[in-house]
Design a protein around this ligand. Structure first.
Ligand code: NAD
Length: 257
């Protein structure tokens, strides 16, 4: 049995991942705004560092895997902070506890949205770890309904690029820690419930994210892939965003591999 830290464990994909891991006899320390083992706010630096410290302490100093699920999809600047820094800065703070484990692993959730139009200056500000600049750019995007939804896609493209850049580094691969992301298609969770409730919303989503295989997915499809990526079986998968999306990536990118 292994000890996992799962962010966003109170709802949706994080909650389902936690349940499957626990049913298999593992220990899971959940991190979320409330309702799980560690109450913490991943939208601020202090919140991320406090949550990482509390999770590390509850685990007794050694953590076998971290699965970063916490995220927002509202067209506001906080989405950039939680989706990007709430994963990258939290993971960075968890690295010492992971490095002490025998078979440490990390998985993050990106999105098929990472393949959609973004605001490149926001992606760059996130990747330069400049949260003040990123927030200022996101505020400009949020002010115009035509650009507000670029905040989400930009945060997810930045996550997939962060994984690409950081996974092979001395801090992660060099410490024996595989880092990968999963890119879901449209998952039926509280995040998408309202959007999928109307025919108009469903049409909007299905045009942006075409899913020829089995259409919308339950959280289990993503949870099981996150669990494999963070299992001892994953010895060589490194730096990938694996799209688990009913074929949306194959439709959107075609043969541009
Ligand atoms: P969800 O809303 O059900 O769960 C997200 C969780 O993150 C919630 O429990 C929420 O409280 C937590 N969270 C939000 N802000 C936080 C903060 N500041 N500090 C701590 N926790 C915070 O959504 P979900 O669908 O399970 O989404 C999980 C991840 O999957 C997200 O990163 C999301 O962007 C991604 N994703 C979802 C879909 C989808 O269709 N649902 C598609 C692609 C990617």
């Amino acid at each position: 049995s292994r000890t996992y830290v799962v962010t966003g464990a109170a709802s949706g994909i994080g909650k389902t991942t936690t349940q499957i891991l626990r049913d298999a006899g593992n220990t899971v320390i959940g991190v979320d705004l409330k309702g799980v083992e560690v109450s913490g706010d991943l939208s601020s630096r202090e919140g991320r560092l406090a949550a990482a410290a509390a999770a590390t302490e509850l685990a007794g100093g050694t953590v076998d895997a971290v699965i970063a699920c916490a995220g927002l999809s509202i067209p506001k600047p906080i989405t950039a902070s939680v989706n990007y820094f709430g994963m990258t800065e939290f993971l960075d703070a968890m690295q010492p506890a992971l490095a002490r484990a025998a078979a440490p692993r990390v998985a993050l959730i990106s999105s098929v949205a990472s393949l959609q139009p973004t605001a490149p200056p926001l992606v760059d500000a996130l990747l330069s770890d400049d949260e003040a600049a990123a927030t200022a750019l996101a505020e400009q995007l949020a002010a115009d309904p035509q650009t507000a939804n670029l905040i989400y896609s930009s945060s997810k493209q930045a996550i997939s690029r962060w994984v690409r850049r950081e996974a092979p580094s001395a801090r992660w691969a060099g410490a024996g820690i595989p880092v990968n992301a999963v890119g879901p298609g449209t998952v039926v969770t509280p995040m998408t419930k309202d959007l999928l409730a109307s025919e108009e919303g469903r049409k909007l989503v299905d045009t942006a994210v075409p899913m020829p295989l089995n259409s919308h997915q339950g959280p289990e499809s993503i949870a099981n892939l996150l669990i494999w990526l963070t299992s001892e079986q994953n010895t060589h998968c490194c730096g990938q965003t694996i799209y688990c999306d009913g074929g949306a990536d194959a439709v959107l990118r075609g043969e541009d591999v």
